[in-house]
Design a protein around this ligand. Structure first.
Ligand code: PRX
Length: 692
């Protein structure tokens, strides 16, 4: 597909004529002796800029390689797939993708095993290299797991799963916080070709059950209790309640975290005991590139959360390449992503990316503000951990940065953070003040700060200031540059592609990439409808973005009814459905509003049925209902009980008005003349002012 030259941002246009002519004749075999490099050093640092020339002759800068990756997509990804992954059978075709029909296949005909790529090949080189550092809730109690130990744990769990009848293609739900057994469980699924569905260990029994039912999971893996911020989390109890309504589940494997007595059920299997009985060897399943590796539920603007499904080879290549390039992460580094494994950030940058690259990855069990002063200061937990473990790259969310910034610099300044080289941010737009604090106070202006934009559906980072030439400009508060192979475009209100720079609209991606989601589990129609129908031939991200004068990208936020609470995605409809299940609720409408720490807070407008009163008891019951149906992070920050909602004459709620009221922007409500009853708005404003 020829590229329209003018659609490249300015920085990417330089020398592209030279590049296209220079590379036109390049055949894959000319690029590099893949096998030699792959055998010598499967994760060799060949992608730092000085060495790029060896892999892609003619490309000596990010811009050149970027253009190459867009123009010669198959050559680019095929080269990297051969170089970076260990295959059981070579692929015959690099890609077979169609953005119009939503069918995507990468590395067609290839076979491999993800667990071999993440564990075996590093264990073969050096079994004593540390794979995981489990930073437990209490500081100073960290546990290290080597690649050799991880290999044994993974294989034992794989054998336990097999002995409970789990075969290739079966689904396994994992309801555990970040810990070595959770990682080993994910890899054990990959070992035997089972599809894992990790459910964030803060979700309620009902939310867990709905995910297990949707996936028809055969086995659930959990722990007796979790420990976070000094509090016990009743994981097993939640699982017992959940699986009571899940006929597909035939066994619950329970790991010991606290050893406290917990509720039991007839399905229970003591995971630690079962592992001891099993061999530490398990023949890896030979899987097709396109077999599914995992699914992960994420919120959309309508309906229930959807099981976004990723496949083996493409996902692994994309997660590992982006991990290496964006964070400049090399063998010997200690990579600290503090996300929970229940989210995509945990999948790609706690587990699969770092392990595929053979580095040491941190599993952070605690919170940024635990424990209380005395042990380490309340807001010093990250920094004390960085100092003690000598973390080289830290990856966290703007919400945590804003929270820590408020506590003051003294909590940071007392620790030695000189091991840090890269500071990453993900999950929501990072405000400029937080960016500067991260850069100056944490990074001492010596670290590379990367605001990384991506999604559960993209599998890995798509827009980020790095990779780019060392020393090249980084702007505060924006992810800036597309990753290799990622071609962003901005779509205007009429559905037209906006050319040139200084434009704002819907962010879409124009080209398939290996890490892209393949489907929504059991709902391919919904997959097409959500991502590929809005704009023909494009992947629609759901986000708005600006392409600035210089071609850099800035994300403006979701364009749909999804809100982003502390970097967690939440559908307003999910919260409304939960509220609607309380007996007092006649109707509700939920919107996001700007929140100092969380980015967006949850604002719920609720109309009660006749006979119910708006008092503190009702409010606390409403919150309890949301906790019971979804999770603690979904609790509304503000509940405004009202008598009416702004609706058009056809009955559609005008959320735009609700958002404005919630955000205190009532002087600028726009046209309200189309409302069935415009006086509703005045009532809402009056009550909102009383509440605030
Ligand atoms: O709105 C964007 C926001 O998070 C959404 C994706 O959420 P999720 O699938 O849960 O994945 C989060 C972690 C990758 C996006 O549609 N988002 C993510 N990163 C950024 C962001 N918004 C602005 N800037 C970012 N760096």
């Amino acid at each position: 597909m020829p590229l329209a030259f003018c659609q490249f941002p300015i920085w990417a246009r330089t020398r592209s004529v030279w590049l296209l002519s220079g590379l036109a004749g390049l055949k894959m075999k000319d690029a590099v002796d893949f096998r030699r490099i792959a055998m010598d050093s499967p994760t060799a640092s060949v992608f730092s800029l000085p060495e790029l020339k060896d892999v892609f002759p003619g490309c000596s800068s990010y811009e050149e390689l970027y253009n190459f990756s867009i123009n010669e997509t198959d050559l680019f990804w095929g080269t990297l797939a051969r170089l970076r992954l260990r295959w059981s059978r070579e692929f015959e075709k690099v890609s077979d993708c169609d953005m119009e029909t939503g069918l995507f296949r990468w590395f067609v005909g290839g076979q491999l095993n993800v667990s071999v790529n993440c564990v075996d090949r590093h264990k073969e080189k050096d079994a004593s290299r540390v794979a995981l550092i489990w930073e437990k809730d209490e500081p100073g109690q960290e546990e290290r797991v080597t690649y050799g130990e991880l290999y044994t744990m993974m294989n034992q769990i794989a054998n336990v799963l097999k002995s409970h009848g789990v075969v290739k293609g079966d689904r396994v739900a994992i309801y555990m916080p970040a810990c070595p057994l959770a990682v080993a469980s994910m890899l054990a699924c990959a070992r035997i070709g089972a599809i894992h569905s990790v459910v964030f260990a803060g979700f309620s029994a009902e939310a867990l059950a709905s995910r297990i039912i949707d996936a028809e999971a055969k086995v659930v893996i959990t722990a007796d209790q979790g420990v976070r911020g000094g509090k016990l989390i009743e994981l097993k109890k939640t699982v017992v309640t959940a699986v009571a309504n899940c006929p597909s589940v035939t066994a619950v494997l329970v790991a010991k975290r606290t050893g406290n007595p917990v509720v039991s059920s007839s399905l229970d299997v003591d995971l630690d005991e079962a592992m001891i009985k099993e061999s530490g060897e398990c023949e890896p399943a030979v899987l097709d590139s396109e077999d599914l590796l995992f699914m992960l539920y994420t919120s959309g603007s309508t309906g229930n959360p959807k099981g976004v499904a990723h496949s083996q080879a493409g996902y692994l290549l994309y997660a590992s390449l982006t991990h290496k390039l964006v964070f400049d992460c090399n063998e010997g580094d200690i990579f600290g992503c503090v996300a929970d494994i229940g989210w995509i950030t945990g999948h790609s940058y706690v587990v699969y990316g770092p392990l595929a690259n053979g580095v040491t990855t941190l599993l952070f069990e605690s919170t940024p503000t635990y424990p209380d002063p005395g042990l380490c200061s309340a807001a010093g937990r990250y920094w004390e951990t960085v100092q003690r473990l000598k973390v080289n790259q830290l990856y966290t969310a703007p919400t945590a940065i804003r929270l820590l910034l408020k506590h003051g610099n003294e909590h940071v300044d007392k620790y030695d953070l000189s091991s840090l080289r890269t500071l990453g941010s993900v999950g929501e737009p990072i405000n400029v003040e937080a960016w500067h604090w991260y850069n100056k106070v944490v990074g001492k202006e010596k670290c590379v700060v990367v605001d990384t934009w991506w999604q559960t559906e993209t599998g890995g980072i798509c827009i980020s200031p790095r990779p780019s030439a060392p020393g090249s400009e980084i702007r505060p508060g924006m992810p800036m540059r597309p990753m290799y192979g990622i071609w962003p475009t901005i779509i205007g209100e009429k559905g037209e592609e906006l050319e040139g720079n200084n434009v704002t609209g819907a962010l879409c991606l124009k080209k398939p990439w290996p890490g892209m989601a393949r489907t929504i589990y059991g709902a391919h129609g919904r997959f097409l409808e959500t991502y590929y129908r809005p704009f023909k031939g494009l992947y629609f991200t759901g986000d708005g973005a600006i392409r600035h004068n210089d071609g850099y990208y800035q994300i403006t936020g979701r364009m749909d009814d999804v809100i982003n609470v502390s970097g967690h995605r939440l559908g307003t409809a999910e919260v409304e459905n939960a509220l609607g299940q309380h007996h007092s609720v006649a109707e509700s409408a939920v919107v996001g509003y700007p929140h100092d720490i969380k980015g967006e807070g949850i604002y719920a407008y609720v109309i009660l049925k006749d006979g119910y009163v708006a008092d503190a008891k009702t409010e606390s019951e409403l919150r309890a209902t949301v906790r019971q149906k979804i999770a603690g992070y979904a609790l509304p920050d503000v509940i405004q009980i009202c008598t009416g909602l702004p609706k058009t004459r056809s009955g559609k709620i005008m959320r735009r008005i609700l958002r404005k009221v919630a955000a205190d922007q009532t002087e600028d409500l726009g046209d309200i003349s189309t409302l069935a009853d415009p006086s509703v708005v005045e009532d809402l404003i009056v009550h909102h002012r009383i509440l605030r």
